[in-house]
Design a protein around this ligand. Structure first.
Ligand SMILES: Nc1ncnc2c1ncn2[C@@H]1O[C@H](COP(=O)(O)OP(=O)(O)O)[C@@H](O)[C@H]1O
Ligand SMILES: [Mg+2]
Length: 276
């Protein structure tokens, strides 16, 4: 086979395999191979990398359409030095996403502006890039959608839709109180996903205050019982990144006081964080 026929055959294979990213770079990689700029292994690596990076990009674009992710945030733009209470190793290893395979949950706790939503979105982005189905909502929007669905007699369908994604992100637990009906519906959702699909939740309130958020400490305890059964807790104690230009400013705190040195305490044993 002549060199030209071989190249045509490689391109036909790439087209047949649905690898447009690789198809786009194959000519330039072959040139670099011929001129000795790249070794054969490097060229092969770059050919495959072009495919996976385009696939990641496309998956993310598709997920952005259907998942209601408010923005794209990644860990590479997260400044860990600003938030020394975060166990960097824990956050990095959560991004390997084995917690999704194991149907475990992640709860990010901390006051406003410490990066809870940033990390939650970054986990969602990583999951979407790996082809996982994700769905993002604030707690109040989620509850509203459940209440609406119930009113219209579509609760079962709505719960099924929310049970299906591999990862459901529920942001901002604690900013707004939930009605009794809303608590009941959210509990049904937590129950529906229990040991079936992962959730990432963020809250500015300690677990002992969840009874107040949900207006019912028994329901909050039952919910936490399920959520915490297989759960990774990232407890962030520090200052708001939004207000980093105003170092002297002190705000009313949700659960954290001044930044603490060292790693956060193991929170499940922390009586302050357990439900009443
Ligand atoms: N450590 C950090 N490094 C870089 N950006 C950060 C960091 N913490 C927060 N941010 C940014 O600050 C803003 C507020 O963070 P966010 O995650 O929304 O806070 P929270 O959800 O805890 O209230 C966002 O734009 C986020 O990207
Ligand atoms: Mg937030």
């Amino acid at each position: 086979m002549s060199a030209r026929t071989t190249v045509a055959s490689i391109k036909a294979h790439l087209a047949d395999l649905g690898m447009p990213g690789s198809l786009e770079v194959v000519d330039s990689l072959l040139e670099k191979l011929d001129s000795g700029v790249l070794s054969p292994a490097e060229a092969m690596d770059q050919l495959l990398a072009a495919h996976t990076s385009l696939r990641r990009e496309r998956r993310l674009v598709a997920a952005m359409r259907s998942s209601r992710l408010p923005s794209i945030k990644r860990l590479d733009s997260f400044d860990f030095t600003f938030q020394p209470s975060i166990d960097r190793h824990q956050v990095l290893s959560l991004h390997e996403l084995t917690f999704i395979e194991r149907k475990e949950n992640v709860i990010l706790l901390g006051p406003a502006g410490v990066g809870k939503t940033h990390i939650a979105i970054s986990l969602a982005v990583s999951a979407a890039e790996r082809g996982k189905r994700i769905y993002f909502s604030t707690l109040s929007d989620l509850v509203l959608s459940l209440v609406e669905a119930e009113k219209q007699g579509r609760l079962k369908e709505r719960l099924t839709v929310l049970r299906n994604p591999s990862l459901l992100i529920v942001d901002e637990i604690g900013y707004l109180p939930v009605t009794a009906g809303g608590t009941n519906l959210f509990f049904q959702l937590v129950n529906a996903r229990y040991e079936r699909g992962s959730m990432v939740l963020t809250s500015n309130k300690s677990f002992k205050d969840w009874g107040e958020i949900f207006g019912d400490s028994v329901a909050a305890s039952a919910m936490l019982d399920r959520l915490l059964h297989h759960c990774h807790i990232v407890n962030i104690r520090g200052n708001s990144y939004r207000l980093r230009e105003y170092p002297g400013l002190s705000l009313p705190q949700g659960i954290a006081a001044a930044p603490r040195r060292g790693r956060p305490r193991k929170t499940l044993q922390d009586p302050e964080l357990l439900p009443k």
